[in-house]
Design a protein around this ligand. Structure first.
Ligand code: DX5
Length: 222
């Protein structure tokens, strides 16, 4: 099932609640909260408190994408704040298996993310333990960047790895996803499509932006 997942990184933070409700009314089922610590990535965004404040406003599933060093230090806080899925970077911890187990133990869904320079083989051992693999299609840290086309081969590689091991997992992509790239990533095997600036930056509004992404992705409206 192909899903469009708005990233709130490009939303208007002065009215974040309204912006989340707007994409919910547009029919999406989940949003991504891009957590950045200024160390793992050269930008700082928000912490668990933002999810805590959004939680009562929306029925959307909330993904906490932890672009942070030592994500193990924050799993409990994001789980308590109300995240439904916690995505950690393979590059951010020496004990990925233990962190994934910890996320599972909190009752949340675990996901693993890999940066553009990280090979798909780096996550082969953890595939059975996660619900989702996030293949970054930009270098993490900022919205509005250009899609890195070389990541298409990695998406195909991850899809092949999953198929060969008979694992049905979601493959998510994040970064530079817009009308010009969405079809390519779906054809490569991605089904969860995170988009920030192409949704919140669209002058025609989030609903038409989401509708056009769905159409271009060749997906059924959610
Ligand atoms: C990492 C961030 C961004 C964001 C989406 O830099 O995680 O990828 O979610 O950014 P856009 O869709 O604006 O490229």
């Amino acid at each position: 099932m192909i899903k469009i997942i708005p990233s709130i990184l490009s939303a208007d933070f002065a009215r974040l609640g309204e912006q989340v409700k707007a994409v919910e009314q547009a029919g999406v089922e989940r949003i991504q909260v891009d957590v950045m610590d200024g160390r793992f990535v050269p930008n700082i965004t928000f912490g668990p408190r933002v999810i805590e404040c959004l939680r009562p406003l929306t029925k959307l599933a909330i993904e906490a994408h932890l672009m942070v060093d030592r994500p193990e230090d924050f799993v409990g806080a994001f789980a308590r704040a109300g995240a439904d899925m916690i995505i950690v970077h393979q590059e951010a911890t020496p004990h990925l298996h233990r962190v994934v187990q910890h996320i599972r133990a909190t009752g949340k869904a675990p996901g693993v993310a890999i940066n553009p320079a990280t090979p798909a083989s780096a996550i082969s051992e953890i595939l059975p333990d996660v619900d989702l693999v996030l293949v970054m299609t930009v270098n993490p840290g900022f919205g509005g960047q250009h899609f890195i086309p070389e990541t298409l081969a990695k998406i195909r590689q991850v899809r092949t790895m999953l198929r060969e091991r008979n694992l049905s997992r979601d493959i998510e992509v994040d970064g530079g996803i817009h009308e010009g790239t969405v079809r390519n990533v779906v054809e490569a095997g991605a089904n969860f499509l995170v988009a920030g600036s192409s949704i919140y930056g669209d002058k025609a509004g989030v609903a038409s932006a989401i509708r056009r992404l769905i159409e271009k992705a060749g997906a059924e409206p959610e």
